[in-house]
Design a protein around this ligand. Structure first.
Ligand code: PMP
Length: 422
């Protein structure tokens, strides 16, 4: 912890940082800021799910205990149509994970001809995805898994740099997709501006089968009184003459139970039919018992909003603590900048170039585990070695505060060491 700063010359600051680090390392901490998991108190908000469903019949008479219903329960799709900005009849409610649906879309695009495609992706020499950075490591892992080349695109405060995106998609037909987390992005918290969404919808792509993987994982996950509304990509794509361009994903993983919620896929009717046809080979139907349970628990779009207000009450103090500690300990030092998100699950900390790996290493040595530096970039390679992802949701407030103080000590230590050439 920064105590009395009696000497603010570089040697003095370095000396203090070294002493603070020694103290920190002596505390025998065991703290974890790695993954964006809900805390147990957040999961408790959905405990009622464990006593549901109260029956086994959906509104249309479907017996949810039996096979069938590949598209998912219509009433649940109607609720999330609102949340995800997809008409209910173009929205699928699936299994427990949206990431699985993204995986499946890639596999099916590789192995079957998508609407608008001239051939299967597997039959093409190169497939390239644009990866706005910092981004979500599991998106990048999927690309690596399937040999899809990744090209990093810088993000600014309104989304990916659209001049770069437009140039890359126009000049190379191998560029088939882009990963987007459009609202409260993982990990920067940035929400895409209306202009960014409109440009994504209308841009000319060399590939006829270009897809935007619109992972709206944090659609309802606000941290302020003024929920961000993003533009409706699916509608804009249709208006721009590119109806099949958007694949919209979402889930209740961070609304109800992480890993035991419901995943959603929305797109044009043609894409939904394509995925449903592929799904019909993979499954005889999703878990409709879980879908009915979610329907009874959340009731309607207003129910989702009220539930997310309760989530926010638990999360907002943690995000506020992160801001307070970063400002108190690192404000004005020139050693770091950070994001102050209005929603989502993450804060991005940018440290002095060339220092992120070392900060993460020093923190680990002091018992504070962070997401590996570089994870926010394709191939785990942050060329500036500057980005660190902070996930404040899981630890309790006191534990989070200890971890954040410790992290700032490491940032000061490594930053001043670098400045001193030590
Ligand atoms: N997308 C993003 C951007 C995420 O942050 C996460 C969870 N960390 C997921 C998808 C995973 O979603 P699901 O649990 O629905 O597979």
């Amino acid at each position: 912890m920064t105590t009395q700063m009696s000497d603010d010359s570089l040697p003095g600051l370095l000396d203090l940082a070294r002493r603070d680090y020694k103290d920190l390392a002596g505390q025998g901490l065991k703290l974890d800021l790695t993954r964006g998991k809900p805390a147990p108190e957040q999961l408790d908000l959905s405990e009622g799910l464990l006593d549901l469903p109260s029956g086994h019949t959906a509104a249309d008479g479907t017996d949810v205990r039996n096979y069938g219903g590949l598209r998912g329960l219509p009433e649940l799709r109607a609720i999330f149509a609102d949340v995800l900005q997809v008409p209910a009849d173009q929205l699928l409610a699936g299994g427990n994970s949206s990431l699985e649906m993204m995986h499946d879309c890639l596999v099916h695009a590789l192995l079957s001809v998508m609407p608008g495609a001239e051939s299967r992706w597997a039959d093409q020499e190169r497939i390239v995805f644009l990866c706005p950075v910092p981004g979500y490591d599991r998106h990048f892992a999927l690309c690596e898994r399937f040999g899809i080349e990744m090209v990093a695109v810088p993000m600014d405060g309104s989304g990916p740099d659209m001049d770069v995106v437009e140039r890359l998609v126009a000049e190379d037909a191998a560029v088939k997709g882009i990963w987007c987390v459009p609202k409260y992005s993982n990990p920067s918290g940035v929400s895409y501006s209306d202009e960014t969404v409109a440009r994504l919808a209308r841009m000319e792509t060399a590939a006829p089968d270009f897809r935007i993987f619109w992972d709206n994982a944090y659609a309802a996950h606000h941290l302020t009184d003024e929920p961000v509304e993003i533009a409706d990509l699916l509608a804009l794509c249709a208006e721009s003459g590119h109806p099949d361009r958007a694949f919209v994903f979402g889930s209740t993983s961070k609304i109800t139970f992480a890993g035991a919620g419901v995943g959603f896929f929305g797109s044009s009717a043609a894409n939904v039919d394509w995925l449903t046809a592929n799904n019909s080979k993979r499954s005889i139907g999703p878990d409709k018992v879980n879908q009915l349970r979610h329907l009874e628990f959340l009731r309607d779009a207003e129910g989702v909003r009220a539930h997310m207000d309760r989530q926010r009450a638990l999360l907002a103090p943690k995000f506020a603590a992160v801001q307070r500690i970063l400002s108190e300990e690192l404000g004005g030092t020139g050693l770091a900048t950070w994001t102050d998100p209005d929603g989502g699950y993450f804060v991005t900390l940018e440290v002095v170039e060339g220092c992120a790996k070392e900060v993460v290493r020093r923190a680990a040595e002091a018992g504070i585990v962070l997401t590996p530096a570089g994870a926010t970039h394709p191939y785990g390679d942050d060329p500036r070695d500057a980005t660190i992802r902070i996930a404040p949701s899981f630890p309790g407030l006191a534990e989070l505060e200890r971890a954040m103080h410790g992290l700032t000590v490491c940032v000061r230590l490594v930053g001043y060491e670098k400045a001193a050439g030590a």
